[in-house]
Design a protein around this ligand. Structure first.
Ligand code: AMP
Ligand code: MG
Length: 408
């Protein structure tokens, strides 16, 4: 068995955890500090800039969880009780008259003096309109206490929480019409490669269509970023320098391609000249080479150009980096262990992220795991993680990262 991260020809490979740790440390030291106030409905996908503190008790008063009758337990002695008031949701009740019950509906405030609610199914209305409760009653039953969800002054959502429908709902329930969020991260997307042509154009000899551009632009939009599409960069040093210099104010330059140590790594050369550059060889497959650097102070992440490599490195490294820049703490996708529905006889020295699916509770993988095959990911529901040095037989447990966890 290969030891994890066994040194290759060009030195030791950097473990995925270490690359992530370094990226997150750099993201943490360059947080986006500007904020904006947005209407609640526009805050979807954004990150809370300050904790959401409850200004209310929720619910503000004890209310009924059932359609039924509110009464005082003490008054229940096996005799029917007269109904002294009817309370609908949205009404303010009178205090309960001793020795009576109140007709009450779900969500209506429980009148002062009542301490339990019996559901209407367990209540028999007599001919004289008095109500008999035949089942045993318990103190507090079917009453949602005041403040059961939250009380005044409590932190309901922490700063750095990403806002989705549920968080928006919570804010709405507290009466917030606007939320203070971190401004969008501005990301310039560059596709590098002389071979690239945009869809809609004719393909010349040796050319392929640029797929990474739309993958990253649309993904970044889903992540709540402001995307500056910087087009295709030819494999040429002067053009690279010029294009980088022309990019307006952005928080990150994200490029694909040209990061292998090949001769066409003009991005690397430009960064070395006008900033700094780290070239990492990661113990990850697909996607070994990754660039991290700065161009005139602006962070640059260079992802490998093969479509599946771009996908995996964006999902596992660039996405967490972007979230951390916005102050998100929980940047790692949720994953779970499932039995492998495939065999893996050859241990590798890189951690593999196979494009896979769940079938009958087992992970199965796409037949072609080439880093050039984006269809593997379109077919897949998740990434199946196979650790360095591991072999697998059917039924061995593997980590499964649902793509839905990383796509937005
Ligand atoms: P590179 O990292 O530039 O050596 O590219 C690695 C492989 O990915 C090559 O086969 C490229 O043609 C391909 N590739 C690079 N960029 C893109 C892109 N934007 N869209 C599709 N394929 C790409
Ligand atoms: Mg290239």
């Amino acid at each position: 068995m290969n030891p994890a991260g066994k040194p290759g020809k060009q030195g030791a490979l950097m473990p995925v955890e270490e690359a992530l740790e370094r990226l997150l440390a750099m993201a943490g030291s360059a947080p986006i500090l500007e904020r904006e106030r947005l209407p609640l409905a526009a805050a979807q996908g954004r990150v809370l800039a300050e904790a959401l503190i409850s200004s209310l008790d929720l619910p503000p008063w004890p209310n009924s969880a059932m359609d039924g009758y509110a009464l005082r337990l003490e008054d229940w002695r096996g005799e029917p009780l007269p109904v002294s008031q009817r309370i609908f949701a949205g009404q303010a009740p009178e205090p309960l008259q001793p020795g009576t019950c109140a007709r009450i509906f779900t969500g209506a405030p429980v009148p002062a003096g009542a301490d339990c609610v019996e559901m209407q199914e367990n209540a028999q209305v007599q001919d004289d309109q008095r109500v008999l409760f035949s089942e045993p009653l318990q103190l507090g039953q079917n009453i949602r206490p005041q403040g059961q969800e939250t009380t005044v002054g409590e932190e309901v959502l922490a700063a750095g929480t990403r806002l989705g429908p549920i968080e928006q709902g919570l804010a709405a329930s507290l009466g917030c019409a606007e939320l203070e969020v971190v401004r969008r991260v501005r990301v310039a997307v560059l596709s590098t490669g002389d071979e690239l042509v945009e869809p809609g154009q004719p393909l010349g000899p040796g050319q392929i269509y640029n797929s990474n551009r739309v993958v990253l632009c649309s993904w970044l939009q889903r992540l709540g970023c402001e995307v500056l599409d910087a087009g295709i960069l030819p494999d040429d040093l002067a053009a690279t320098r010029q294009r980088l210099a022309e990019l307006g104010e952005v928080d990150l330059i994200l490029s694909t391609g040209g990061v292998s140590v090949g001769e066409a790594d003009f991005l690397g050369i430009a960064l070395r000249e006008e900033g700094e550059l780290a070239l990492w060889k990661l113990a990850i497959k697909p996607g070994k080479p990754l660039t991290f650097g700065h161009f005139r102070g602006v962070p640059v992440i260079g992802l490998p150009g093969n479509p599946a490599s771009t996908l995996v490195t964006f999902a596992l490294l660039a996405r967490p980096y972007l979230l951390r820049r916005q102050g998100v703490q929980q940047v790692q996708p949720l994953s779970f262990q499932v039995p492998a529905g495939f065999v893996w006889p050859q241990p590798g020295n890189r951690r593999e992220y196979l494009r896979g699916r769940l079938e009958n509770g087992q992970a199965i993988i796409y037949r072609n795991q080439s880093s050039g095959v984006l269809r593997s990911a379109a077919w897949a529901e998740g990434l199946v993680e196979v650790l360095e040095g591991r072999t697998l037989v059917q039924g061995d447990r593997v980590n499964f990262i649902p793509l839905s966890e990383v796509l937005d």
